[in-house]
Ligand binder design. Structure first.
Ligand SMILES: [Zn+2]
Length: 398
């Protein structure tokens, strides 16, 4: 996905936010209908039915009618796609769009191609119901059929094209690499390299904590509260920029260096879903600890490490060269002698084989096993067909 910074005028900013509000309203209505479904009610309304309801709603609500119908219909289509992705188990369940957090809308079709370069550094795009908005040409503008306008939490506007990058050809050396999602670093390679995904520096983290503490003491609706929220949003945006940059550079580097890239076959959505409450056999009706807190920490770790984003990008850039390996026992099996014992995993960082005494970084050990395709079955992923109309995913909704 290529992103360009938009520079709307203050008037245009208001108009853009209004469109975001419409798209969000329509999405949330569709979500509400979908989540209220019960078995006895028959089938849920699909896109066609919802689009008809949208026409009715536009007839009733003047504020909705004032917005672009294309944008509102697109929000419904995006929702239908999100439901489909959920049923195909490639994405998590669609969630509520919140004001200030998920501000964005999509423009598709002929309207999306009204874009022209005005100088070497500047271009302008015709956004329906908003007008010509200036954007900075920071790279070649792709030939895409749709774009998404977003506002991040620190108030910056962007134009994102859902363009799939051209695949990088294989070198033909037959070189294989295994990648393991690390616990301490973002990823470990079977070559022994450890890849750290940059987030916030220690002093930035301290500052974030300080701001979050301050926020709890601010009065609701106060100026101070808004200022603090803006400062927090700025830090989050910075971390997210660094993560995206890292994902792009790392995936390009790996696709260039290796012919076959093996990763563990984990559905990140399954890893990150909320753990089930565990009934406590001693006290009926009560629930024991379900490690939700521990899992919450892990979830954050996975997300900040951008593991899911990295694999997705690899599948684009090294199309047809990414293989998913069943990760069972890769962390317990010795990459030197093949002996499998849970006791060999000394702690999160160290693997020391109980049979041959081979000692190695635990994540690298797993990565070597993944590279060897040692664990049970290997299946080649045929590159998933990606519709050019598909919603560019907000990188794990951040
Ligand atoms: Zn061993």
């Amino acid at each position: 996905m290529s992103r360009f910074r938009l520079y709307p005028t203050p008037m245009q900013r208001v108009a853009l936010l209004e469109q975001c509000k419409h798209a969000r309203y329509v999405w949330n209505l569709a979500l509400e209908q979908w989540s209220m479904w019960t078995r006895d009610k028959g089938s849920t309304p699909g896109y066609v039915e919802q689009a008809r309801q949208l026409t009715d709603a536009r007839a009733v609500f003047g504020w909705l009618r004032a917005g672009s119908q294309t944008v509102q219909q697109q929000a419904l289509r995006d929702f239908a796609q999100a439901v489909k992705n959920f049923h195909e188990r490639t994405h998590a369940r669609p969630t509520w769009r919140k004001a200030g957090l998920h501000e964005g809308f999509r423009v598709v079709g002929p309207q999306a191609s009204r874009l022209e370069q005005t100088s070497r550094k500047w271009a302008r795009v015709m956004v329906p119901k908003v007008g010509w908005v200036r954007l900075r040409v920071s790279r070649a503008i792709p030939d895409a059929k749709s774009y998404r306008v977003t506002r991040d939490r620190s108030g910056r506007w962007h134009l994102a094209f859902a363009a799939i990058p051209p695949p990088i050809p294989a070198l033909g050396t037959g070189e294989v690499v295994g990648i393991d999602r690390g616990v301490i670093v973002a990823a470990a390679l079977s070559t022994g390299e450890l890849l750290a995904c940059p987030g916030l520096t220690e002093s930035e983290q301290d500052r974030l904590e300080q701001l979050q503490r301050r926020l709890t003491r601010c009065r609701r609706g106060s100026k101070r509260r808004r200022r603090t929220q803006a400062a927090i949003a700025k830090l989050h945006a910075r971390a997210s920029d660094r993560r995206k940059d890292w994902v792009e550079k790392t995936s390009t580097g790996l696709a260039r260096r290796f012919d076959v890239i093996r990763v563990e076959d984990l559905r990140i959505t399954q890893m990150t879903k909320r753990p089930k409450p565990r009934p406590d056999p001693q006290r009926l009706g009560n629930y024991g600890p379900n490690r939700r807190r521990a899992k919450a920490g892990l979830n954050r770790g996975i997300l900040t490490n951008g593991w899911g984003a990295l694999v997705r990008r690899l599948e684009h850039k090294a199309a047809g060269r990414v293989e998913k390996v069943n990760p069972a026992y890769t962390s317990q099996t010795c990459s030197n002698c093949g002996h499998r014992a849970p006791e060999s995993r000394k702690n999160q960082a160290v693997f020391q084989c109980v049979a041959c005494r081979h000692q190695v970084n635990a994540d690298v050990n797993a990565a070597i096993n993944i590279a060897a395709g040692r664990a049970v079955s290997v299946r080649r992923e045929t590159p998933r067909r990606v519709s050019p109309k598909r919603e560019p995913q907000l990188a794990t909704s951040a």
